[in-house]
Ligand binder design. Structure first.
Ligand code: 6R9
Length: 566
């Protein structure tokens, strides 16, 4: 691992200007992510290198060079400008993993707008909440998803530009606009928006325990951390073919599915398909993937398929494997060593941190089940839950906390400075997760410190699910909690008290499940519903979600009076 240097040396000698210098960040007063991910790579003479190898679910393959993504993103930026979108307005990207998603992301940033990617499986309610909160001006979408937006238009007066990127001959409605990047004149030069370091770039919505999802706002200089973590943790070099399985509707898909690889000028492959062991292995074999960034749920699903399937493919191109999103259990690490001859390296971070903060750095001894150590430039610890002072004793569990100041740290929650401020205690940023640190400085994840449900590596907020449930005609009260699941870590379980006149039945259960799936997303849909007469409450009338959760996990919650003020 000589080209990235040993962990200890790197940690000791690191400061962020090392990363800035490598990127030439701020040279000629340019700070825009869009430039660093396309124009700059071309200026270095790498315009003909492949930036994107895209494969659709039908097997169709398209390839784009850095010069292609430079020009196409210029086309998007020019188009946004021409239709009257202004700098710093929010532009949502709402589509499956097609090339336009990746390329328009750069175009939006070049134009100086704030990119707001949303997961294409989101239903109307999930979309409405996020578009309304951000007062989104424009949305880029496809024929497949336009119907959801059409039904919301009346409730979103600020959303004046609805842009369909694959309209073809299909008639559009009212003021919708068609834009087809393959059928517009090339734009060789675009006057890239002169962002400075602190100009907002990307808005990613994430769920908390209470209230609606919150928009974590990032700025252009986040690229400094995304660039160097990609280079050192994902260990990417010029010859690599990199595959990140995450959807850009989630932060991994933008930080490490767009900005990280493209600022490093490497070739990345994208597969517009959900999990499918056979097809995934065939994809790795076909495109000779060398570096693979995935998630524990996917690894557990692969484990289920067994090593026999692995042996049917030539996966010898694989060189480095990394995982994110949920605890990477020791069995998964050991299995991957057996199946691929290489362990998965864990990486821990959040929408809010913008880039990897704790990880099994390449070359470092891996302790299966541990997340590893802080990335160079990151000061991490665990804090006592009461005093918010660092816990010095190895093995004691506390709150994971980071010293603010790394470049990709979020700058606020959109419209919600109060909650943002509440995340800081004694000059530490509190991640909201619990962990211990062993005597060698390795972090061991214990669990979340809130009620957010992590299903298959995706966070879903109980409040959002409960709000959706309450809109169902039969539901009087509800509580949504995470229930343990051997594959997905957790799935959503809902406890429901019905309104008078409704009786529990299988039909009603399925009806309610589908109601949530359509409104929010398949991830938020309860996999299990338990009908109850009433829900446990505190004296002030709040539902004791934690009690229900503890029951599902077989945990002893002890004296419930401690929950009274939750
Ligand atoms: C990047 C991303 C963040 C939350 C985080 C934690 C969980 C992420 C983890 C992990 C254990 C890991 N999480 N990585 N838990 N081990 N390696 O996932 O962002 O969607 O905001 O989720 O996911 O609970 O706080 P996000």
């Amino acid at each position: 691992m000589s080209h990235i240097g040993s962990y200890d040396e790197r940690y000791k000698n690191f400061n962020w200007t090392i990363a800035e210098k490598e990127l030439d960040y701020g040279n000629n007063s340019i700070y825009n992510i869009g430039y660093y991910c396309s124009d700059r790579i071309c200026e270095k003479g790498l315009g003909n290198r492949r930036a994107l190898i895209w494969q659709g679910f039908t097997g169709e393959v398209r390839t784009f060079t850095y010069n292609d993504i430079r020009i196409y993103s210029n086309c998007f930026a020019t188009f946004l400008k021409e239709v009257g979108v202004r700098a710093q307005e929010r532009v949502c990207i709402f589509m499956d993993r097609i090339p336009e998603l990746y390329i328009s992301f750069l175009g939006i940033l070049k134009m100086g707008c704030i990119a707001q990617p949303l997961f294409s499986a989101f239903g109307e309610e999930a979309l409405l909440t996020r578009l309304d909160d951000a007062k989104t001006r424009a949305i880029l979408t496809t024929k497949k998803h336009i119907h959801k937006i059409r039904r919301l238009r009346a409730q979103l007066p600020e959303l004046t530009k609805v842009i369909v990127v694959d309209a073809g001959d299909k008639p559009l409605e009212n003021d919708e606009i068609a834009f087809d990047m393959d059928n517009v004149p090339n734009v060789d030069h675009f006057d890239i928006f002169k962002a400075n370091r602190d100009v907002p770039s990307v808005l990613h919505y994430t769920s908390g325990t209470t209230g609606k999802p919150k928009g974590a706002l990032h700025v252009h200089s986040s690229i400094i951390a995304q660039y160097i973590t990609t280079k050192w943790v994902l260990d990417l070099t010029a010859d690599d073919i990199y595959w990140c399985t995450a959807d850009p509707g989630w932060v991994t898909g933008t930080s490490y599915g767009i900005i990280g690889p493209w600022s490093n000028g490497i070739t990345q492959a994208v597969y517009d398909i959900g999990f499918n062991a056979q097809k995934w292995y065939a994809f790795i074999e076909k495109h000779k993937i060398t570096v693979w960034y995935s998630a524990p749920t996917a690894i557990r699903l692969l484990m289920k398929e067994g090593t026999e399937l692995v042996q049917k493919f030539d996966l010898s191109s694989l060189r480095h494997l990394i995982s994110v999103g949920e605890p990477l259990n020791a069995e998964a690490v050991l299995w991957s060593e057996q199946a691929f001859g290489k362990p998965f390296h864990d990486s821990y971070w959040q929408t809010e941190t913008g880039s990897i903060v704790i990880t099994n750095y390449p070359g470092m001894k891996i302790k299966p089940g541990s997340m590893g150590k802080p990335f160079p430039g990151i000061i991490a610890t665990v804090l006592d839950q009461q005093t918010f002072e660092p816990i010095r004793k190895p093995g004691s569990v506390g709150l994971i906390a980071l010293k603010p100041g790394w470049p990709s740290m979020f700058r606020t929650y959109w419209n919600n400075k109060e909650i943002y401020d509440s995340k800081f205690k004694n000059d530490w940023y509190i991640c909201g997760d619990r962990s211990s640190i062993d005597d060698e400085g390795y972090f061991w994840f214990v669990g979340r410190d809130d009620d957010v449900i992590n299903t298959a590596g995706h966070l879903v907020g109980p409040f959002e699910i409960e709000s959706a449930l309450l809109e169902h005609e039969a539901v009087a009260e509800s509580a949504a909690v995470g229930k343990p699941d051997p594959i997905n870590l957790e799935v959503v379980k809902a406890f429901i008290a019905l309104k008078p006149g409704y009786e529990p039945s299988d039909d009603l259960m399925i009806n309610i499940m589908n109601f949530v799936r359509k409104k929010l997303s398949p991830l938020a849909m309860p996999q299990e519903i338990e009908f109850v007469d009433s829900l446990p409450k505190t004296r002030s009338g709040k539902i004791m979600r934690r009690l229900l959760r503890a029951q599902e996990w077989g945990e002893d919650i002890g004296d419930t009076s401690t929950l009274e003020n939750d």
